[in-house]
Design a protein around this ligand. Structure first.
Ligand code: HSE
Length: 331
């Protein structure tokens, strides 16, 4: 669907222009990648949020939402606001920002909606400031947004959103982010229209893990990373197994087992819960299989009677991307 987005200036309370403004497209992301809870993620080419930012003479962060999601506009309670406030703490020469946010990634969908807001905002602000901060600094700021969204700082959506491609968060304290090469992969995502809050999906997790499960998980993470680096699709497929998080969280997602089983039968390499859900993602070697997988996902949710959205896309190698203020997005 082609979507002609309105210029951000239309929503400006002062009706003013957007001189000196910077706009970005900030991509959806898939965190965890099945076996890598909190440590693996990749960016998607579609959907993207649109963010436009300007310097302001008023202190703090002024947020103008241009979508129907009714997200908080108080900076401390808004993921973009919290990330930008963290940046302002380290920019004494800057008074404030005005942010125009037009989200296409539905909050609570499991494809990194909060990360797209937080990461996109700080990347856009960094352009305004002459790129004075490193990507690692931007991840650090954006994690303040994730804390607002889920109660915990995690970077497995933020890092791929900013770096593009597939990323490994080897450590958060101190930050150690590693980009991982991957062969061409097609991604199919289904978002059943139920909301799973990341904070809830984290609270239900067990705090202890059996050694035998940990051993399986380590094997799968190592196998997945090796499969990506070697371009070994069979190894990628075999390693897309999660014996720790998925058994607990999948009960929150109607149709999960059926979608997974049927998609694999349709040729998907494998997949699982995207982030904390409820979206489910599948990886395929080629576009035809990714489309067949989408048909399978649709069939399951049509039959169960739950509304859904799907995305068939590929891995975004660039991350947050600077754009012109008027953009045409393919949804
Ligand atoms: N790693 C996080 C979680 C991602 O699974 O809770 C949330 O999108």
């Amino acid at each position: 669907m082609l979507n002609q987005n309105k210029p951000a200036a239309e929503a400006s309370p002062k009706g003013g222009g957007l001189e000196g403004a910077v706009s970005v497209l900030s991509p959806a992301t898939v965190a965890n990648v099945v076996c890598g809870f909190d440590i693996l993620g990749f960016a998607l080419n579609n959907p993207n949020d649109e963010l436009t930012i300007q310097l302001s003479d008023e202190p703090g962060v002024h947020i103008i939402n241009q979508d129907g999601f009714d997200l908080p506009t108080i900076a401390e309670k808004n993921v973009s606001g919290a990330a930008l406030l963290a940046m302002l703490d380290e920019t004494p020469d800057v008074k404030g920002f005005t942010l125009y946010s037009k989200k296409h990634i539905m909050p609570g969908s499991g494809i990194g909606s909060s990360a797209a807001s937080a990461a996109g905002s700080v990347v856009a602000a960094n352009y305004l400031l002459g790129n004075r901060f490193s990507k690692e600094d931007l991840v650090r700021f954006a994690m303040f947004g994730e804390k607002v969204a889920s109660g915990v700082k995690h970077a497995d959506n933020i890092a791929p959103c900013i770096y593009g491609g597939v990323t490994l968060i080897r450590s958060i304290h101190p930050l150690d982010i590693v980009s991982i090469d991957a062969p061409p992969l097609h991604v199919t995502v289904v978002h059943p229209q139920i909301e799973v809050r990341t904070s809830d999906a984290r609270q239900i997790l067990k705090q202890q893990v059996l050694l035998k499960d940990a051993i399986k998980q380590w094997g799968n993470i190592a196998g997945l990373v090796t499969g990506l680096l070697k371009g070994d699709y069979d190894l990628i497929g075999r390693s897309l197994e999660d014996v720790i998080i998925e058994p607990v969280r999948s009960i929150l997602i109607p149709g999960f087992d059926e979608v997974k089983r049927n998609c694999k039968e349709a040729g998907a390499l494998g997949g699982g819960i995207s982030g904390s859900g409820p979206s489910i993602f599948m990886l395929s070697k080629d576009a035809n299989t990714a489309n067949a997988v989408e048909a399978v996902m649709k069939e399951v949710y049509e039959r169960i009677g739950i509304d859904y959205h799907t995305h068939v896309t590929t891995i975004n190698m660039e991350g947050v991307k600077r754009t012109t203020i008027n953009t045409i997005l393919e949804d």
